[in-house]
Ligand binder design. Sequence first.
Ligand code: C5P
Length: 404
Amino acid sequence: MELQGKRILLIISGGIAAYKSLDLIRRLRERGATVRPVMSRAAQEFVTPLAVGALSASHVYTDLFSREDEQDVGHIRLARECDLVLVAPATADLMAKMAHGLADDLPSAVLLATDRPVLIAPAMNPVMWNAAPTRRNVETLKADSISMIGPMKGEMAESGEAGTGRMAEPLEIVAAVLDLLSPQDKPLAGKRAIVTSGPTHEPIDPVRYIANRSSGKQGHAIAAALARLGADVTLVSGPVTIPDPAGVAVNHVETADQMLSAVLSGLPADIAVMVAAVADWRVVSSAGQKIKKQPGEPPAPLQLAENPDILKTIGHHANRPGLVIGFAAETQDVETNGRRKLEAKGADIIVANDVSPATGIMGGDRNRVKVISRSGIEQWPDLSKDEVAARLAALIAERLSSTA
Ligand code: C5P
């Protein structure tokens, strides 16, 4: 019960993401928090006060001019009788009001009157998120010490449009609440980490490329897990379809060459975790125009050249991070190949997994790994990729604390 005894004033403003606030209430309460909800008029168009009241087991406050509510608690007490004011979803409109100190309804009046920490989870159409007024308001709110989680990249619920604007998931919001209310141990505070993730795309011509089936799930999860332990993380990601993880600086690249430059420009660092499935080869000179098939003629052979080995470069670099970790995706002799890689690449740890198609690991949500270091081999059980990431982050923290 990590939030036992914590009182959260949850302001729900009017966006389609309000449906997720119902789950958020449940998630907060199951961790021991009490949730007192405030709903804007527009929010009530998306979810009913009845549902919000039932899930929170609380009176739902909706009206600045309600005689009963004002006599009972009043907006000033409402704003102060809590440990945190959480706004989820935070619409562009409410953020604009907050940035300008408007107070013409209950949510905005409470936000102006509070002296408690405020966390907002913005949700809006990507064009609204990128609009100049919203950009200015976000900067103002940050300068006013308002904490923010998201918005995330992804598809919008109502329009199917893709871009940044999706509200963070309830569990991501809960993690941000936990960070604010009961700061966890941050054993990696002050440490810099570089993580690579995803595949690389090596162009053949402007429309074709060589790639592999890596989803980026494991690498992204590791970047997020290191950030949760307080590390300052740069994630160098190849082309993936999953969203950027929260709390991490992301550098999007396409080719192995670009990935290497991005990693090198991230040095110096304390930790490097190279998870990307970097293409071993690139096409020597990718065509400037789309290669046309010539009737009756055999296809032109592709001439390949070896790509730089990013892990090996980092493992032997003059500015080598104190802890260098690689992954070994193998389909046979997982252990022997893992050990060999430890030496050849100058790594401290190799996390080896069997990616034979039968295991479903590549692209899947679970992983079964062996952790190979000079002090021995550890077989980890079948775990979700998030669990593997959390364990690896804990192992990294332990290693760094014993060498500190
Ligand atoms: O040699 P192999 O590709 O199996 O090694 C896997 C490990 O090396 C992974 O950690 C991967 O991120 C890294 N690697 C790299 N650059 C390459 C090839 C692999 O960083 N060109």
